[in-house]
Design a protein around this ligand. Structure first.
Ligand code: ADP
Length: 301
C-alpha cells in the first residue's frame, strides 16, 4: 500500500518508527509535513498539493497532528477525507479530542467513569463551583496545557479559590476536578488500535509529584489491565470516534476514570515500556481497514 504519515517532523521517534514499521511490512511510506500541504478547496476534484506538485493517491493517511497545529492539520486531514482517502483518525474525531470540555461531556453523556469535573467562566461562581465538585483537594487544569504543565493540585478550598482566580484573571480557560488521591501519583496509558487495547503502561510520577507525565521525570512499567479498565479504554476510544488513541485512566476507589483521550499518542514511552511493536500493529489495522471511501464522515461535519 501507499501510505502517508502527516507529521511536522520526520525525525520524531513516533514518525520514524511508523515509517520503519510500515516499510518492514512492505508498504511505501511517505512522511508529509502537514503545514507544507496546500489545496484548492473549491475544486470538484479535490487534491492536496505539496512543494509545487500534486500528491499521489494514497491508500491511507496516518495523521500525527500536534496540538499546536490542530486547526490547519485537521483541515488537511479533511481534504484527504473528501478525496475518499482512508484516514486512520478522522478530522472530526481529532478536533473533538483536542477540546477537553467537549471530550469530557461526550464521555459523560455515554456513562464513562470520569473524575467529578466542573468549569466556569466567571470568578463570582468559584466558591459554588468548588463546593459542587466536592471541595478540596482539587486539581485545577488549564485547558490548553499539555505534558502536565498548568495542572495544579490545590490542597485547600482557599488555595483552590486563589489559583482559579489567578487563572481566570489571565483569561485562561480552566477546569476544576476532583483529586483522585488513591491513584497515588500514577496513571495508566492504554494504547487503543481499532477496538483493542494493544499495549498498556502504568506511569508513576517522580517522587513528590502527583503528575505522572514521563516528560516530568515519571517512570513507566508494563501493566496487566483489569477487564473493566480495558473495556473503559475501548469504550472511550469508540465514543470519541478514534481508531488510534491513548486513553489515560486513573484507578479510583469507584473504578477506572478517564482523564483524557489523546489522538496522537507517542510511541516511544509505550514501545519501550511494553516491548511491543505498536507501530506495526497500527499498520496491521490499516491493512484490514483501508478501503477507498471507507471514511465515516467523508470530510463532513
Ligand atoms: P496533561 O494533559 O497536561 O498531561 P493531565 O490532565 O493528563 O494533563 O494531568 C497530568 C497528570 O496529573 C496526570 O497524568 C495524572 O498523573 C495527574 N492528574 C491529573 N488529573 C488528576 C486528578 N483529577 N486526580 C489525580 N491525579 C491527576
Amino acid at each position: 500500500m501507499k501510505i502517508a504519515i502527516l507529521s511536522r517532523n520526520e525525525n520524531l521517534y513516533s514518525t520514524r518508527r511508523l515509517k520503519e514499521a510500515g516499510e518492514a511490512r512492505g508498504h511505501e511510506v511517505d512522511v508529509i509535513d502537514t503545514l507544507h500541504c496546500y489545496m484548492d478547496i473549491t475544486s470538484s476534484n479535490p487534491t492536496v498539493r505539496y512543494y509545487g506538485e500534486e500528491l499521489p493517491a494514497y491508500d491511507a493517511v496516518i495523521p500525527r497532528i500536534g496540538a499546536s497545529v490542530t486547526f490547519y492539520g485537521t483541515a488537511v486531514v479533511r481534504q484527504f477525507e473528501m478525496m475518499g482517502t482512508f484516514c486512520v483518525n478522522e478530522s472530526v474525531a481529532i478536533s473533538r479530542s483536542r477540546d477537553k470540555l467537549r471530550s469530557l461531556q461526550l464521555l459523560s453523556r455515554k456513562g464513562v467513569g470520569l473524575p467529578r469535573t466542573g468549569f466556569a467562566n466567571r470568578p463570582d461562581k468559584i466558591k459554588d463551583l468548588i463546593k459542587n465538585v466536592g471541595g478540596a483537594p482539587l486539581v485545577v487544569k488549564l485547558l490548553e496545557g499539555t505534558q502536565g504543565i498548568g495542572v495544579v493540585l490545590a490542597d485547600t478550598n482557599k488555595v483552590a479559590e486563589s489559583v482559579i482566580e489567578a487563572f481566570m484573571g489571565l483569561k485562561a480557560n480552566i477546569l476544576v476536578q476532583e483529586f483522585i488521591k488513591e491513584a497515588g501519583g500514577a496513571d495508566i496509558r492504554c494504547f487503543v488500535v481499532g477496538s483493542r487495547v494493544v499495549a498498556a503502561m502504568k506511569r508513576q510520577g517522580a517522587e513528590g509529584d502527583f503528575r505522572s507525565n514521563l516528560h516530568r521525570g515519571g517512570s513507566a512499567e508494563v501493566i496487566r489491565l483489569s477487564k473493566e479498565e480495558r473495556a473503559t479504554a475501548v469504550n472511550a476510544a469508540k465514543i470519541m470516534g478514534l481508531n488510534v488513541c491513548g486513553v489515560d485512566i486513573l484507578q479510583s476507589n469507584n473504578g477506572p476514570v478517564v482523564m483524557e483521550v489523546n489522538s496522537s499518542p507517542g510511541l516511544e514511552g509505550i514501545e519501550t515500556a511494553t516491548d511491543k511493536d505498536v507501530a506495526g500493529l497500527i499498520f496491521e489495522f490499516i491493512e484490514k481497514s483501508a478501503k477507498p471511501n471507507n471514511n465515516k464522515t467523508r470530510g463532513k461535519g
